[in-house]
Design a protein around this ligand. Structure first.
Ligand code: NAD
Ligand code: IPM
Ligand code: MN
Length: 354
């Protein structure tokens, strides 16, 4: 298993170090893992004047899988847009054709009290959000800020999806649902936006190939409400890039914290990049208090999806469960009566539990 390790910025290096510890522990246990590190985001800009240095992209292309921390930081927010950390992330997703972003919102029973919702609303929660990752308003042309006919500045972006882009993410969602509770909810804004009217039409076409999976549709505003009203009604949610970005952060709070939500970004051959769904958390960076579990659980997803090793994936996930059951908590999921752990203590505990 050749893994490119891209820590990135902010809490990125702190949380990635914990996942690397876990992978090294597996490695000394006989799982053959090789890791090599490279800068991305602000770290890429600092090292090579580019948020996605050519050598980093090459390393990622040559690897079987990529483990990423997070990118971004206040000191980079005023750089010209192509130089900003976020562009490094968007470019690597596009270059590697990682169009399918899986974000599982799963509540570990031990964390029912850590969620901001009532335990009965979230207990047993297990949703898979399938977010399209290489299209939509994120990449649509034209875009920019220009002077309009009235002589004032005007900003514009283009929401755009082709039929084939929608169809391939639709198949990913239905394939996953076939192996789960066989329900797909497609989230759109077809009442207002033509792009998502097409999205809905294609989802209906894709559904014909999966007679035993039930398809429903929901407008994104209602979906945002339903996710906090009655989240357990969902099995698989499939949606576009921007709606999926927003809904997955919302769903993370059902699981206790954004620090619990892992992700896999896959191409059509299950080569993938694995990263927590959260960002670089500049407000807590450098303090060794971030929750590393989303990153560690992303490494488990890597074992499952790229390396087809369900057994190793479950070993990691079971180790996380054990640590939570023992009452260890980083501050974002801390509740009365549990024991507080730093980022590195949490990583050590998961390694011990392996
Ligand atoms: P964020 O996800 O970084 O942080 C939001 C809040 O959640 C903060 O209060 C933060 O402290 C907390 N948080 C996030 N991860 C945590 C963890 N593991 N443990 C404990 N608390 C955690 O979002 P933001 O503040 O909007 O963005 C900060 C920077 O990150 C920006 O530059 C943004 O562009 C970037 N970003 C990057 C990614 C990515 O690399 N995939 C994702 C989102 C945001
Ligand atoms: C995410 C992030 C990114 C996104 C940003 C940093 C480009 O929010 O991975 O969810 O919007 O996709
Ligand atoms: Mn996001």
């Amino acid at each position: 298993m050749r893994i490119a390790v891209l820590p990135g910025d902010g809490i990125g290096p702190e949380i990635v170090a914990q996942a690397v510890k876990v992978l090294k522990a597996l490695s000394s246990d006989g799982v053959k893992i090789e890791m090599e590190e490279a800068p991305i985001g602000g770290a890429g800009y600092d090292a090579a004047g580019d948020p996605l240095p050519a050598a980093t992209l090459k390393l990622a292309q040559d690897a079987d899988a990529v483990l990423l921390g997070a990118v971004g930081g206040w000191n980079y927010d005023t750089l010209p847009r192509p130089m900003r950390p976020e562009q490094g992330l968007l470019r690597i997703r596009k270059e590697l054709n990682l169009f399918a972003n899986l974000r599982p919102a799963l509540l570990y029973p031990e964390l029912a009290d850590a969620s901001s919702l009532k335990p009965e609303v979230v207990s047993g929660l297990d949703i898979m959000i399938v977010r399209e990752l290489t299209g939509d308003i994120y990449f649509g042309q034209p875009r920019g800020i220009h002077i309009n006919a009235n002589g004032e500045r005007e900003g514009f972006n283009t929401m755009r999806y082709s039929e084939s882009e929608i169809r391939r993410i639709g198949h990913v969602a239905f394939d996953i649902a076939s192996k789960r509770n066989r329900k797909v909810c497609s989230v759109d804004k077809a009442n207002v936006l033509e792009t998502t009217e097409l999205w809905r039409q294609i989802m209906i076409e894709v559904a014909k190939d999966y007679p035993d999976v039930e398809l429903s549709h929901m407008y994104v505003d209602n979906a945002a409400m339903q996710l906090v009203r009655a989240p357990k009604q969902f099995d698989v949610i499939v949606t576009g890039n921007i709606f999926g970005d927003i809904l997955s952060d919302e769903a993370s709070m059902l699981t206790g914290s954004i620090g619990m939500l892992p992700s896999a970004s896959l191409d059509s051959n299950n080569k993938g990049m694995y990263e927590p769904s959260h960002g670089s958390a500049p407000d807590i960076a450098g303090q060794n208090i971030a929750n590393p579990l989303a990153t560690i659980l992303s490494a488990a997803m890597m074992m499952r999806y790229t390396f087809n090793s369900e057994e190793v994936a479950q070993r990691i996930e079971n180790a996380v469960k054990k640590v939570l059951a023992n009452g260890l908590r980083t501050s974002d999921i801390w509740t009365e009566g549990s024991r507080k752990a730093s980022c590195s203590e949490m990583g050590d505990a998961v390694v011990a539990a392996l």
